[in-house]
Design a protein around this ligand. Structure first.
Ligand SMILES: NC(=O)c1ccc[n+]([C@@H]2O[C@H](COP(=O)([O-])OP(=O)(O)OC[C@H]3O[C@@H](n4cnc5c(N)ncnc54)[C@H](OP(=O)(O)O)[C@@H]3O)[C@@H](O)[C@H]2O)c1
Length: 288
């Protein structure tokens, strides 16, 4: 991506774990970038979105803002739809006026999770819950931008976020020596810094359409927890349990692995193995 000052990168949801990582990656590349979050830009405010984009005339907008509380979406689907879909339409309309590219972050939850091989970009979508439904509508909204890239990712964790790694570490630091963790859901734990690198590489290559981007390798939440314990050098037993033992308001996909062949073709490499991402996160978060 060019770093011409008159074409900055705009980032929404800039206090979120991915928004922060995208801004940090832009800064490290010398790309002028401006982030906004709810306190300075509510993306459901169509007029505010239009003014912001018109004033900045960005080369691209990375939309990291979302209603991400998966369980709350079940009860508040209309609110989730406003943020995850209608607001994406506002961003797309604004992009069409300035000729900007809309980079929309989407999710494995658009799939039903019943596959037995990693999902490809053109596999049929069938969200099982409200969050996935609203994010799928968000993809449709993003497609109304003349130039758009929809990046589906999964199982994110990053600096400053609330996520699985933090929850497991909190349990360990709280003295829990026996963790019961779901072993029948599979996916690819993905470090936001690695995703941010891929997002800016894809933006630089002006890739459009739909693309899957996750760290390489597949595990279960149980396998992920066991690796966190191992890397932290903790003396903790990780006991495998089934999804049925942890009932939640929203259904979770049993299988969330995403095929990243297109990503590898577009940027010439895949993302690092998930264990390596975890190692760098744990190092960085100790200093954070
Ligand atoms: N987390 C995952 O495991 C995961 C997996 C797959 C895909 N994704 C997608 O990846 C993207 C980034 O996720 P994330 O984990 O970084 O999310 P996050 O940490 O929850 O950050 C989202 C940010 O957006 C803000 N926001 C919410 N409503 C907004 C609005 N109306 N206007 C402006 N900002 C608003 C949130 O503010 P508040 O916190 O104050 O609400 C938060 O700061 C999202 O599109 C998400 O759907 C996430």
């Amino acid at each position: 991506m060019e770093s011409a000052v008159q074409h900055p990168l705009l980032v929404t949801g800039s206090y979120g774990q991915l928004g922060r990582a995208v801004l940090a990656e832009a800064a490290s590349r010398g790309i002028p970038a401006e982030g906004r979050d709810l306190d300075t830009l509510d993306i459901t405010d169509r007029g505010a979105v239009a003014s912001w984009v018109d004033a900045a005339r960005p080369r691209a907008i990375v939309n990291c803002a979302a209603f991400t509380a998966v369980d709350d979406c079940e009860e508040h689907e209309a609110t989730a739809r406003a943020v995850n879909s209608t607001a994406v339409g506002h961003l797309a309309d604004a992009c069409n006026i300035t000729g900007s590219t809309l980079i929309q972050i989407s999710t494995d939850y658009v799939f039903d999770g019943t596959a037995n091989r990693p999902y490809r970009e053109d596999d049929p979508v069938a969200p099982a819950g409200a969050y996935g439904r609203t994010k799928l509508l968000g993809e449709e909204s993003a497609r109304t931008a003349d130039h758009h890239l929809i990046i589906r990712t999964a199982w994110l964790y990053g600096l400053g976020g609330h996520h699985f790694v933090g929850a497991i570490r909190g349990q360990i630091e709280g003295g829990n020596t026996r963790l019961r963790v779901v072993a029948d859901q599979h996916g690819s734990p993905t470090f936001c810094d690695d995703l941010a690198t891929a997002v800016l590489d894809l933006a630089a290559a002006e890739v459009e359409g739909v693309i899957h981007a996750v760290n390489t390798g597949i595990t279960s939440w149980h396998g992920f927890a066991a690796e966190i314990v191992r890397q932290l050098g903790a003396e903790v037993e990780v006991v495998p349990v089934s999804t049925d033992e942890f009932p939640r308001p929203a259904p979770r996909p049993a299988y969330s692995a995403l095929d990243t062949t297109r990503l590898e073709q577009m940027i010439g490499r895949g993302m690092p193995p998930w264990q390596a991402g975890l190692e760098r996160y744990l190092e960085a978060s100790c200093a954070f």
